[in-house]
Design a protein around this ligand. Structure first.
Ligand code: MG
Length: 287
């Protein structure tokens, strides 16, 4: 099999995971979670989100989380930013890397972002420009790349077009989100090949897979074979879409690390430390 020697895991639990939990964790517990994930060997830990506290009350303490965090050397701590105000808050709190988010489908964009697909993408233009001018690494999330609960299957050309726009805005990396876990190896293969055919190279791509129908690891194997080596995952499989009624969990980081360990792919992560963290976190969330 054509597999990479090493992959980069982008841990999204403290942001994507916690934002869809009913229970809001105390700031100190969030900080502890991020520190434990970094200590387990994760090199990229998405720390929090600077969207409005009204939209995501679970992460209303984003500034405080970032300020209290004892950063481990060499670890990156990106934060989600919705607009210029969010960017200002993030920078004031010491963020050095951000992520912005768009949608491949129009229905999700209207429901989740409150704008058409085009408007939402345009909204990020000044944000990305300012972040790049400040020397920040910018990740773009693209949601609903496979299908959308309202619009149905997302045509590959639409996903590629939206992704191209985000890269053209200045995003360094594009994370392809199968937000409801609709993808299978066949549809994910088709999607990624669409990006590659548009001369978007695999080093600029990542995948953000949900394990709704237990296809996530099969989909990971598919994208690894196509040259993508950055994979998003969430400790304990926490997190789902905040608009789709029942939560669809993210690919669990511990499943991804087990898969890599057993396949001779380096992640730099200690599975034992990660499992301890997942167990501790479930306790904190009362699960
Ligand atoms: Mg997710």
């Amino acid at each position: 099999m054509n597999l990479p020697q090493r992959i980069t895991i982008v841990e999204v639990g403290p942001r994507d995971g916690l934002q869809s939990e009913k229970k809001t964790l105390p700031t100190e517990t969030k900080v502890r979670l991020i520190e434990r994930l970094a200590a387990a060997g994760l090199g990229v830990v998405e720390a929090t989100s600077f969207v409005s506290a009204t939209a995501v009350p679970q992460l209303a303490d984003a500034d405080e989380v970032l300020r209290r965090l004892r950063r481990k050397t060499g670890v990156r701590y990106p934060v989600l930013v919705p607009n210029e105000k969010g960017l200002e808050r993030a920078m004031a709190a010491g963020a050095t890397e951000i992520a912005v988010f768009g949608s491949a489908s129009d229905a999700y964009s209207r429901k989740n972002l409150g704008h058409t697909r085009e408007e939402a993408l345009e909204m990020f233009r000044p944000v990305v420009r300012r972040a790049k001018d400040s020397g920040m690494f910018v990740r773009g999330y693209l949601s609903m790349v496979i299908a959308d609960p309202w619009d149905g299957p997302t045509p590959v050309v639409l996903a590629v077009d939206a992704g191209r726009r985000m890269l053209d805005l200045g995003c360094d990396e594009l994370s392809l989100g199968d937000t409801v876990g609709a993808g299978t190896p066949v549809t994910v293969d088709r999607l990624v090949r669409g990006f590659l055919a548009a001369d978007i190279t695999p080093d600029r791509l990542a995948v953000h897979l949900h394990d709704t129908h237990h296809q996530a690891l099969a989909n990971v194997l598919t994208v690894l074979g196509l040259g993508i080596t950055t994979i998003d995952a969430s400790v304990a499989g926490l997190g789902g879409s905040t608009v789709v009624s029942d939560p669809h969990g993210n690919l669990a980081t511990e499943d991804l690390v087990f898969f890599c360990d057993g396949s001779g792919i380096e992640t730099g992560v200690s599975l034992a430390a990660l499992l301890d963290t997942a167990t501790w976190l479930r306790g904190e969330l009362g699960r």
